[in-house]
Design a protein around this ligand. Structure first.
Ligand code: XMP
Length: 506
């Protein structure tokens, strides 16, 4: 087990993902909540930070029980922090170093740099520099502008590096992490999907026993993998509820329900389309639509859960990025959109929560899904928002609009599959605009709707760029849509990146 102490860097989660890719388990904790059971950690990594160590409000945690006791790798701010507080010094540098730099390693025999060439590209992002190393500091590497780019502390397994090993542009970053974790700290590569499944199923059996669990399936990867794990542990004591809010993709409710049954899940499909439509009636503000859908979902789920007897547990597909306690650097962040998923049920349900995926990143959930034998088509599905097509129909929602958008979306998505483009895209969908435009079909003048197509690449949805789809493809899809979907006479393609746009239009 590896402890990553977070000082608020945008790259902290990336460090964790790199460590996990080495099949080594790690946890992120904020610098001001260092876990008490330090014995359970075999290595510690200090993250970077947007702060300057020289500033008064910068993080200054006590490291007595860590430094010199547990193998320690301090990255960027971490390395400066060690220097500043253990006898060295940090100064503002004349040259702010951002981006690529060429690192020259000085000592060839050093374990941390084993297998790494003496000259290698690294990625820097800092404006302070370590002027003087801490006590017993031994310089290991430099760049043109940074004398102390890597150091070790004599007599300890403590290392400091100014560059970021976790980012893609640091050529041998993964090897450096591997050297530290495996050769310095002696960790084993035992964090594998198979191991996770085995351990989690056992834990779930111990925790839940003969208890009954109710879980809301959404058709997405997380809730599905959570359900299959629970099913493996407790069998038919897992009661799954799959709600049709009437805002899913075309045929999705029936086909996914069939798929779930085929997987042996004890699942009840509840068609509540009419109830959702009623709740949405007359609403056009995106946040009000989201709230109405969230509230209705809870009511439907609650009604269904009450039909079950003696349920004690609520299962959820929560994943690690949602539970990491974040270090707030710029004060509370503003709500851009109030996302809601199949989570957040009201307290009065008084159920205990079980979240088998709460320590996994998204890519790990997929790998666990493969290990469990879940269909790769289901695991590779694009993310789909909880409020579904309601936030892709700008303005008010009617049954007719939903059905038009379902047809358009179906032409687009099945086209992406046919052209083998689907798997290279992070998320795609169609948007129905509250605009009508003039067209001509045959000799008739038309006055019909406009739809927008959107396809983006991204890794986590936080930033995204539009995909440059082949023009022949767009041409074919546009023709199909206009010829086949009644009520649409114009198709446009969205070429905005996030930021400043968002992925969804509402
Ligand atoms: P935005 O539009 O904020 O979307 O760039 C980022 C990701 O979040 C999804 N999204 C939602 N998911 N409930 C959800 O469960 C929501 O209200 C919601 N709004 C956006 C969006 O599909 C994209 O994957």
């Amino acid at each position: 087990n590896v402890l990553i102490l977070d000082f608020g860097s945008q790259y902290t989660q990336l460090i964790a993902r790199r460590v996990r890719e080495l099949n080594i388990y790690c946890e992120i904790h904020p610098y001001h909540h260092i876990p008490e059971d330090l014995e359970s950690f075999k290595a510690v990594i200090l993250s970077g930070s947007p702060f300057s160590v020289r500033s008064e409000d910068a993080p200054h945690p006590k490291l007595e029980n860590i430094k010199g006791e547990i193998p320690l790798l301090a990255v960027c701010y971490g390395a400066q922090y060690l220097a500043q507080f253990y006898g060295g010094s940090v100064e503002p540098s004349n040259i702010r170093e951002y981006g690529r730099a060429n690192l020259s390693t000085i000592i060839g025999e050093e374990v941390l740099f084993a297998g790494i060439p003496e000259e290698t590209q690294v990625w820097m992002s800092h404006s302070d520099t370590i002027a003087q190393l801490p006590e017993r500091g031994i310089r290991l590497a430099s760049t043109n502008d940074v004398k102390n780019a890597a150091y070790r502390i004599g007599g300890e397994e403590t290392y400091g590096i100014q560059f970021h090993p976790e980012v893609y542009h640091t050529e041998h970053g993964k090897l450096l992490l591997e050297n530290f974790l495996i050769h310095v700290a002696g960790l084993k590569r035992n964090w594998t999907p198979a191991h996770f499944v085995e351990e989690t199923v056992q834990d779930l059996k111990d925790k839940v026993g003969d208890g009954k669990v109710v879980l809301g399936l959404s058709g997405g990867v997380d809730s599905t993998v959570a359900a299959v794990l629970l099913n493996k542990a407790i069998g038919d004591n897992l009661y799954c509820i799959f709600v049709n809010n009437g805002l899913l993709r075309k045929n999705e409710f029936d086909s996914v329900l069939e798929q779930y049954k085929g997987m042996g899940l004890n699942v009840k499909g509840v068609d509540a389309s009419a109830r959702f439509l009623r709740a949405l009636s007359g609403l056009s503000d995106p946040e009000l639509k989201r709230k109405a859908i969230g509230k209705t979902f809870i009511e439907v789920f609650d009604d269904e859960a009450h039909l079950l007897e003696d349920v004690e547990w609520l299962g959820q597909g929560t994943i690690y990025p949602d539970v990491i306690e974040s270090v707030s650097v710029n004060g509370p962040s503003v709500t851009i959109k109030s996302h809601h998923n199949v989570g957040g049920l009201p307290d009065y349900m008084k159920l205990k929560i079980v979240e088998p995926l709460r320590m996994l990143f998204k890519d790990e959930v997929r790998r666990v899904g493969h290990e469990l034998g879940i269909d790769s088509e289901l695991l590779g599905r694009h993310p789909f928002p909880g409020p579904g097509l309601a936030i892709r129909i700008l303005g008010t929602i009617t049954e007719e609009k939903v059905s038009i958008l379902q047809e358009v979306d179906d032409v687009f998505i099945s086209g992406l599959r046919r052209w083998n483009l689907y798997d290279d895209i992070w998320q795609a969908g169609a948007i129905l605009l509250p605009v009508q435009s003039v067209g001509v079909m045959g000799d008739e003048r038309t006055y019909e709707r406009v739809v927008a197509l959107r396809a983006v690449e991204s890794t986590d949805g936080m930033t995204a760029d539009w995909v440059d789809l082949p023009h022949e493809f767009l041409q074919e899809i546009s023709n199909h849509i206009i010829n086949r979907v009644k009520g649409v006479n114009r198709v446009v393609y969205d070429i905005s990146s996030k930021p400043p746009a968002t992925i969804e239009w509402e």
